[in-house]
Design a protein around this ligand. Structure first.
Ligand code: PLP
Length: 359
């Protein structure tokens, strides 16, 4: 018997969410962002779910090559570009496009000879201060790339820190747009600015390409709930009750005895722990649904198990169905309780969890 924990991945939810992304940016082409094993959903599955995307974008060079081997013929983009000179022949051979965010990458391109045509996405650091050229250095980088014989196209790209919170006092969205416009003034090339939050909330910035990620999986990028945006959860994580304990007031549950009962309680033990990807930092009361009834966790999450309060679910017993997140319990709700974001929970789904594909 396998452990009863299963993640169901809905292909129709992936398709639906891509259609939502497109509907918000009808004039842009859409990259389906599939980094981190498609946010935990499986690269090959996401490739099929996003068959209607204009391209797939990711971080991992080996997974980009894998997409070609799996038969993806449309564009592929490496969002952080290449990491090493040895990556370049692979990118040329498999027609993989790449971000260029630093001088070192340009120098490697200048030293690389190929008959293949390469497509670069020149990244501007418009204020987030992760990757990219400063606005004042952008034009020079653009022109330097343009002088490399193998470079066939350059797309102008930047990334927003606060597309879900445009007025953020640390860096307003408007300020990033202003810097991007200043740094690209007079340059004639396609523009790629929006992640999910940009796509959903700032249609006016969805120029030639958009780069939705989390929304495609049915998670919110912030600025509203996934359901408000009409998104459907693509991943549903379920397990079962594998043990039940009736405990008296004063008795504690789990490691560290973090939870102590203040009344007689029925506690269910669920086959799901942090080694499955459930957040260990989930506090008491993190939402869980048992037999369709909402309840909460009690005590620390351990490697293979967590405990839930069944006191008010008299019918619950060994074998009862437990919904950890997904259809019926938004991953964002669980993430919020645990002090994180839905992205992290989805990406952390562990390889040992069985995955079932559903329509
Ligand atoms: C991950 C990523 C995205 C997608 O972001 P979401 O918030 O998941 O939509 C877009 N662009 C870049 C450069 C990224 O790294």
């Amino acid at each position: 018997m396998p452990r009863p924990i299963v993640a169901s991945i809905s292909i129709s939810a992936l398709q639906h969410n891509l259609a939502v992304a497109r509907a918000h940016a009808p004039n842009a082409r859409a990259w389906g962002v599939v980094k981190a094993n498609a946010y935990g959903h499986g690269l090959e599955r996401a490739m099929r779910g996003f068959a209607a995307a204009d391209g797939l974008a990711l971080i991992e060079v080996d997974y980009a090559v894998r997409l070609r081997e799996l038969g993806w013929t449309k564009p592929i983009l490496l969002l952080e570009g290449f990491f090493d000179a040895a990556d370049l022949p692979l990118l040329a051979a498999h027609d993989i496009q790449f971000a260029v965010h630093c001088e070192e990458q340009i120098a490697l391109l200048e030293g690389f000879e190929t008959k293949a045509g390469l497509h670069a996405h020149l990244k501007m650091n418009s204020g987030m201060n992760r990757l990219g050229f400063k606005p004042e250095a952008y034009r020079a980088a653009f022109e330097r790339l343009g002088r490399i014989a193998s470079i066939r196209s350059v797309t102008m790209m930047t990334h927003f820190a606060n597309a879900d919170d445009a007025g953020n006092p640390g860096l307003a969205l408007e300020e990033q747009v202003k810097r991007f416009n200043a740094g690209t003034a007079g340059l004639d090339a396609p523009r790629s600015l929006c992640n999910s939050a940009g796509d959903l909330l700032h249609a006016e910035l969805a120029f030639d390409w958009v780069r939705p990620g989390i929304m495609l999986y049915g998670g919110t990028p912030g600025g509203g709930s996934a359901a408000d945006f009409g998104l459907r959860p693509a991943m549903t994580l379920e397990s079962e009750i594998i043990g039940v304990q009736d405990i008296a007031p004063g008795e504690a549950v789990g490691y560290g005895s973090r939870f102590v009962a203040d009344k007689p309680m029925k506690v269910g033990v669920v086959a799901c722990g942090y080694a499955d990807g459930y957040p260990r930092h989930a506090p008491n009361g993190t939402p869980v649904v048992v037999d369709g009834v909402k309840t909460g966790t009690v005590g620390r999450v351990s490697m293979d198990m967590l405990a839930v309060d069944l006191t008010h679910i008299p019918g619950a017993r060994v074998g009862s169905r437990v919904l950890l997140w997904g259809e019926g319990l938004p991953v964002d709700e669980v993430a919020f309780a645990a002090g994180t974001i839905g992205y992290e929970l989805m990406c952390a789904l562990a390889p040992r969890v069985a995955v079932r594909e559903v329509a």
